[in-house]
Design a protein. Sequence first.
Length: 259
Amino acid sequence: MNDDISRVLENWDYRLGRVDARRVKDEDGVEKLQLRIDLGLLQMNAQFRPDGKRPFGHPTLLDHFLIRLEKHREKNGGEDNDFTISPDECAKLQQEAIQYHHRSICNFELEDYEAVERDTEHILELLDFVQDFASQDEIGQSFQQFRPQTIMMQVRAVGTELIAENKYEAAIDEITDAINDLNLFYTEMGREEMVDNSMEVQSLREWLKDVETEAAEKKPMTQGEKLQHKLNKAIEQEDYEAAAKLRDRLSKLADKKKD
């Protein structure tokens, strides 16, 4: 067996700034995901833990620790005050989170949004667990650097699915909630300067604006609503001459309704 992957890479160019992912099947017909990177590729399982391992016989390492926590509670009257995970155990959980992050990137590119939701939910649960039980507080805090991007990726997946189903109001609610969650996160972390200024929040605000515009354009509107929508656009584009004409038309329309 030839272990050299040069031929595979030659037939799949790396493109700077692009996420290139694909689905393949191994010799046993099991689906894998591949992510092209500059020096090669990452391959991961499509289901369960991306590296295919079963830590301590469980589907994920987080599952192992959650079971350990439950046993600890059973022995201590439901209390978990003295339950901790060591720095080495935290490092292994971080490795698992990174694997799930890579797979969520692949699945988003491949438009498998349910898989993105599943994997990002796993990451968020893992971050909560480490924050609650890391033996060193600074380790739990350091894990939180992954939270903003994970929240953003999750709501992107959820919102995209809702928009595809023409559920614009639900999508707008999800995006708005995510923005609020991110701002609350930065406030609780003592990073007030990031409130409304982080890359994730700004990206979601831009998307929210686009979704609201698309929703308004697809919604059946009265003549007055159409004029108001055009007026808002004219003001946004600083086309004040057009805005003045639209105001006149709105005023005349309002006068006709009074008559």
